[in-house]
Design a protein around this ligand. Sequence first.
Ligand SMILES: Nc1nc2c(ncn2[C@@H]2O[C@H](COP(=O)(O)OP(=O)(O)O)[C@@H](O)[C@H]2O)c(=O)[nH]1
Ligand SMILES: [Mg+2]
Length: 176
Amino acid sequence: MGRSNAGKSTCINTLCQQRQLAYASKTPGRTQHINMFSLGKQGATDLILCDLPGYGYAAVDKVSKARWQQVMANYLVSRPQLKAVVMLADSRHGLTELDESLLDVIRSRVQAGLEFVVLLTKADKLNKTESAKALSIARLQTAGGDVQLFSALKRIGIEEAALRLFGWRQEPVASN
Ligand SMILES: Nc1nc2c(ncn2[C@@H]2O[C@H](COP(=O)(O)OP(=O)(O)O)[C@@H](O)[C@H]2O)c(=O)[nH]1
Ligand SMILES: [Mg+2]
């Protein structure tokens, strides 16, 4: 999840080594549904990635905004299958107020064991000093939570993110 234009769809495409699995757009606010991508062999899913609707796009009317927020909050609070939340934020802006309010929504689930990581996207736009600063601010905002840099363009943090997600996959149920 993340603000519209944070790089969610691009991240999913990159992790899945697909060009257009998730629709990346130059027009913010395009993804209005919860799109789910099943990874692994047919009938033996390793994990499912969900591209949540982006939030924070100014040009969206109030009613739609409120509806999306409700859909998101319901999903995050009550979806029992949810194993992990990946929050994406543009590394140049860091976590905004809207991101922090969503952190509040999932806080009790994270305390109860829901995995959580922040990807600071488009890290190719930052130099070393700016990257270090963005990381430490985001870590403070998440109270020492997992935060990493990510860039689909310059391929920063892709392996780190992929390994993290793969480590969180549901162990296959043994059958005999
Ligand atoms: N420089 C740079 N731009 C990126 C990167 N990832 C995504 N973008 C651009 O950011 C915009 C929004 O990306 P998108 O994946 O559609 O964001 P979403 O709205 O969160 O799904 C697009 O123009 C992407 O090309 C990146 O790693 N580096
Ligand atoms: Mg998208």
